[in-house]
Design a binder for this molecule. Structure first.
Ligand SMILES: [Zn+2]
Length: 269
């Protein structure tokens, strides 16, 4: 039903793939597209109502402001670093793969004081890493095997909504199966978590989640190979939203564990 509401006009002609968006007219063109194609063609009252809702509830102010800021940033950056964009257009050579939470308060490039091209990124709800997630697995393989990053960083953060949800019992929907690894950690560490107040329990589960994710990363055959071949390092961090500071988690493990892990998880062609 929703798909039928999409504009059906032909795509713009000419060099439109990267056309510059005019903040003052984007909404008008979108609205026009709705009214002259899908809506006019059907005359469907329900669709008209739905489209009206979309237009009425749209809040373009912040969006348009950000598009304007992008123009200013692009112009300023090109002036200050004239080689940056031409170099990035040729290739990328990031040294860091960052796996973090999708939370809007954790923008990795900003947190690190980095620049475009510095960090290859995968973010999801609550920075969960597990072996069967095709999305993160593809990102890891591309970053480690082909871009040959030198560091893989798994970063959790304080006040994580996903962690808070996993510490509660409210049914949320499709997010629930995604949070299962966190609930398993909650189950395994029930006795400890139960002694802590909600804030402390949240932070504890954040740390446990990062440590578990690092363990999963180190079991990834691509990462094992890169660690052996050129010393790839895997790090676990927690970002404090209240201060902006990153803290590296201390990850100690006996040599025997590292050996048995490689024995169990390394695969070769
Ligand atoms: Zn989060």
């Amino acid at each position: 039903m929703f798909l039928q509401l999409l504009p059906v006009s032909p795509p713009p002609q000419g060099n439109s793939r990267l056309r510059t968006t005019n903040p003052t007219c984007f909404c008008q063109s979108l609205s026009s597209s709705f009214s002259t194609t899908a809506l006019a063609a059907t005359g469907n009252r329900i669709r008209s109502s739905a489209a009206a809702d979309i237009n009425t509830h749209a809040s373009p102010g912040k969006y348009h402001t950000l598009l304007t800021r992008n123009k200013e940033w692009a112009s300023k950056t090109a002036h200050e670093q004239p080689n940056l964009f031409p170099a990035l257009a040729e290739k990328q050579s990031p040294e860091i793969l960052w796996i973090g939470c999708a939370d809007s308060r954790c923008p990795e490039t900003t947190i690190l004081g980095a620049h475009p091209g510095d960090v290859f990124v995968h973010r999801n709800i609550a920075n969960i890493v597990h072996h069967t997630d095709l999305s993160s697995a593809a990102v890891i393989e591309y970053a480690v095997k082909y871009l040959k990053v030198k560091h893989v960083v798994l970063c959790g953060h304080t006040f994580c909504g996903g962690v808070t949800a996993a510490l509660g019992n409210k049914k949320l929907g499709v997010i629930d199966p995604w949070l299962m690894p966190l609930r398993q950690l909650r189950e395994e560490n029930h006795e400890v978590l139960e002694t802590l107040d909600p804030k402390e329990a949240g932070l504890k589960l954040v740390e446990l989640n990062v440590l578990q994710g690092v363990r999963v990363l180190k079991e990834n055959p691509t990462i094992i190979e890169a660690m052996q071949d050129h010393g790839l390092e895997v790090h676990g961090l927690v970002y404090d939203i209240a201060t902006g500071a990153l803290q590296e988690l201390e990850i100690k493990e006996p040599v025997t564990l590292a050996v048995s892990r490689v024995t169990a998880f390394k695969t070769v062609y």
